[in-house]
Ligand binder design. Structure first.
Ligand code: CO
Length: 171
């Protein structure tokens, strides 16, 4: 199976709000398989559909790449509640290569989502999984982690983001 091309910062699809998934068919299953494959090939811990050019509310997360049992597919995820307690941890993104930065997020969340067959689930997650899920749900709303950096850090990476955007547009 060939992996999908990752869209890079500057590509408009990364800024669009993705559409709800309504049909849970073979085509959806195939897309999810390809997303998982791409995430593994690219060595990521999460991937959202807009990052591979599909503006639909689908994300895959893989907090422990050594352990395939931790792999989770989220269709139409919705964050139902967040802890008041936050932490500030360094993040990166396959769509923003070469740039990392600390992002403050709630430590624990409750997420409602559907699986690839349409079954409904609700999980409470904490720590790394919670952080990855919040990062991926952001993608589905057109938000990137660089939007959430501190003012100082944003200023520092501004030039590099501009370069990425120029390259992304050319591709
Ligand atoms: Co990302």
């Amino acid at each position: 199976m060939r992996s999908l091309r990752i869209r890079i910062y500057g590509d408009d699809i990364l800024r669009a709000e993705s559409a709800e998934v309504e049909k849970f068919d073979g085509e959806l299953g195939e897309l999810i398989e390809k997303m998982v494959e791409t995430m593994i090939v690219e060595d990521g811990v999460g991937l959202a559909a807009p990052q591979v050019g599909v503006s639909r509310r689908i994300a895959v997360v893989n907090p422990d790449p050594q352990n395939p049992d931790t792999l989770l597919t989220l269709v139409n995820p919705r964050i139902r509640s967040c802890s008041d307690e936050t932490d500030c941890v360094e993040e990166g993104c396959l769509s923003v290569p070469g740039i990392r930065g600390r992002v403050e997020r709630p430590i624990a969340i409750e997420v409602e989502y559907q699986d690839r067959h349409g079954g409904r689930h609700c999980v409470k997650v904490v720590g790394l999984v919670s952080r990855i899920m919040q990062h991926e749900v952001d993608h589905l709303d057109g938000v990137l982690f660089v939007d959430r950096l501190s003012f100082g850090r944003k200023t520092l990476v501004k030039g590099r983001l501009r370069d990425l955007a120029r390259k992304g547009k050319r591709e």
